[in-house]
Design a protein around this ligand. Structure first.
Ligand code: ADP
Length: 188
């Protein structure tokens, strides 16, 4: 099985690119952000716990997302692998992922990192706010907190995957098609 980590700051285009990646490589797309938003929409206890954290631009606890991912690993059949979008987002989550996979004799195949500058993050999120109406995209201070959280807690994963020889950085600036071709070239 292939296990691709799709990495990048908020607004880098992970969700946009995920669709064509899962189709081309027959992967199951696991977006922790989407999974959490559907828990919120369904009003589950987990959703209630996550809502205020997400809407403040903070991460939800590691155990919460780790549990969601592990149950998807157990219940998904008929794919060549998984595309992890928005997970891991902390070093603790990356270690938990390695442990989950090593129990099955598997490992992360590669970390595909979509890189864009902070200035573009804000521009893209401002555009998305108009289209998708996500609560965490609407307020400037929340977006800034998400960017800070990314730099403090998520960016250290770059070195984590470099040290394992699994890090592939893709320039995320350009048209959707251009970025898609760069990703396909890296994976192929
Ligand atoms: P974006 O990549 O634009 O930040 P996501 O949909 O990936 O959007 O995530 C939205 C929010 O969901 C995050 O800001 C965070 O609060 C929460 N979240 C998503 N994935 C994780 C994770 N792996 N760990 C903790 N919180 C997460």
């Amino acid at each position: 099985m292939k296990y691709y980590v799709l990495f990048g700051p908020p607004g880098a285009g992970k969700g946009t690119q995920a669709g064509s990646m899962v189709e081309r490589y027959n992967l199951c797309h696991l977006s922790t952000g989407e999974l959490l938003r559907s828990e919120i929409a369904a009003g589950t206890p987990l959703g209630l716990q996550a809502k205020s954290l997400i809407e403040g631009g903070n991460l939800v606890p590691d155990e919460v997302v780790e549990g969601m991912i592990e149950s998807k690993f157990q219940n998904t059949k008929g794919v060549n692998g998984f595309l992890l979008d928005g997970f891991p987002r902390t070093i603790a989550q990356a270690r938990a992922l390695d442990e989950m996979l090593s129990k099955k004799g598997e490992e992360v195949t590669a970390c595909i990192s979509l890189m864009i500058p902070d200035s573009l993050i804000r521009e893209r999120i401002a555009n998305r706010a108009k289209i998708e109406g996500r609560a965490d995209d609407a307020r400037d201070e929340v977006v800034l907190n998400r960017i800070d959280t990314y730099h403090a807690k998520t960016e250290p994963l770059i070195d984590y995957y470099i040290e394992k020889g699994k890090y592939r950085e893709i320039d995320g600036v350009g048209s959707i098609e251009d970025v898609r071709s760069r990703i396909f070239a890296a994976i192929d």
